[in-house]
Design a protein around this ligand. Structure first.
Ligand code: SF4
Length: 431
């Protein structure tokens, strides 16, 4: 039997797809590409923006067109927040939200036998345990995601995630150690710790553990080459975490700290738990201890009530922050979130203009950050090769290109950085 997967959204979703692929492989299924003919299609959906939901529906319909006899299963955030809508799409056989994915193979085999649709979506707010699905295999790559945390209870006013992912749940340290060991055994050079609300790791566990303990647990794995953190809420970055990063060069000097807006009135309306001054203090404390660290961020433009003056405040603030990379999102009202009902919704045209303007600022900042490293030599983990050019990432997330062939992928080399090139820098291997 052949199973095909497609994933939308975040690193957590990607990790969950890999665990589900492993469950099918364990039961003798072969995994084929999503555009190929298959007996089972799994669409792991996203609901962060309306575009994510629209793409999810398109992929579901594509699966049905590829093989009308196939079992079509829909998982993930969109299935969790809108199961009726998903059930209304012709050809959908199974709906599994953001929990109980460990049952996915049994559910498929039940449909193959009974030919009746199954919907097991239930109230996510009742979820108690971290769904610990071991990774049986992972596609050949240099970097592996390791999910250690689930859920969020921050309820930022624009965000659908708490309603899709439920309360905080953390993976036990023993399971983290086991998975990290397995990933290193499988040949991965870099592990990326990921979660829905990574900084809240451990808050739900009885023992007094937090993200620093999870980090130390992975760093204790002898064969590990690199450890990287996924997205983190700025206020949860502790001095202890910075200290571990200063002590262990395997711990990548990279932070993704969503800012969302650079105006305090907008931050308050978003229910973000910090002011621009507090965020700035944190960035300065990072830069004092780790001057070369890369800091990237997310920004929402066109939030309801965002005046031109507030937008300009955000522009000025991000220009002082000099982010290495910025992801910019025009505000997308999510049904069921408070901000979708806020007055003073901004026109699509204005959102587009502000997103474009901010994109220009983002590219300028990125180039300024990259230029600082010309003439330096840095460690690069090479990942891919195309037409005699290999590329990979430094610890501080610079994309580095050099001449070379496939045998360099998955290896770490010291590279002298020579010039800006494409979305990164060109360099020469010196070791
Ligand atoms: S912290 Fe805010 S933006 Fe992030 S997942 Fe939680 S509610 Fe959403």
């Amino acid at each position: 039997m052949r199973a095909a997967f497609t994933t939308l959204g975040c690193k957590v979703n990607q990790y969950e797809t890999e665990t589900m692929e492993g469950l099918f492989k364990e039961r003798g299924y072969s995994i084929v590409a999503f555009d190929e003919y298959a007996d089972v299609y799994i669409i792991n959906t996203c609901s962060v923006t309306h575009l994510g939901e629209k793409k999810s529906r398109q992929l579901i319909r594509r699966a049905v067109r590829l093989n009308a006899q196939a079992v079509v299963a829909v998982t993930g955030c969109y299935a969790q927040v809108s199961p009726e809508e998903v059930a209304g799409i012709e050809g959908v056989d199974i709906i599994v939200g953001t929990k109980e994915r460990h049952r996915i193979v049994d559910l498929v085999e039940e449909v193959l036998k009974e030919h009746k649709p199954i919907n097991i979506v239930s109230n996510i707010m009742d979820a108690k345990e971290f769904e610990d699905i071991p990774l049986f295999s992972a596609p050949g790559r240099t970097r592996a995601f390791l999910k250690i945390q689930e859920g969020c209870t921050n309820f930022c006013t624009y965000c659908i995630i708490p309603y899709a992912r439920g309360p905080l749940r953390s993976r036990g340290l023993a399971s983290i150690a086991e998975e990290a060991h397995k990933l290193v055994e499988l040949g991965f050079k870099e592990i990326v710790l990921t979660g829905i609300h990574l900084g809240a790791y451990g808050r739900d566990l009885n023992e007094q553990v937090n993200l620093v303990d999870a980090v130390k647990t992975v760093l204790a794995e002898p064969g590990l080459v690199r450890l990287r953190l996924g997205s983190l809420e700025s206020i949860e970055l502790s001095p202890k975490l910075l200290a571990v990063m200063q002590q262990d060069e395997r711990f990548c000097q990279f932070f993704h700290l969503p800012l969302q807006a650079g105006d305090n009135q907008v931050l308050e309306a978003m229910n973000r738990q910090y002011t621009t001054a507090e965020y700035q203090d944190l960035i300065e404390s990072i830069r004092t201890k780790l001057p070369d660290a890369a800091i990237s961020t997310d920004l929402i433009v066109g939030f309801p009530g965002e005046t031109e003056a507030m937008f300009q405040n955000t522009v000025e603030f991000v220009q002082t922050m000099n982010f290495a990379k910025m992801h910019i999102f025009p505000f997308s009202p999510r049904q069921g979130t408070p901000a979708a009902e806020f007055a003073n919704q901004i026109s699509e045209e204005t959102k587009k203009q502000r997103a474009h303007y901010m994109q220009v600022v983002a590219e300028q900042n990125a180039q300024e950050y990259q230029t600082r490293f010309i003439g330096k030599n840095m460690q690069v983990l090479f990942e891919t090769e195309q037409n005699g050019i290999v590329d990979g990432l430094t610890g501080n997330y610079l994309r580095i290109y050099t001449a070379g062939s496939d045998y360099l992928t998955g290896t770490v080399h010291r590279v002298l950085l020579e010039k800006l090139y494409r979305d990164g820098l060109w360099g020469k291997i010196i070791d």
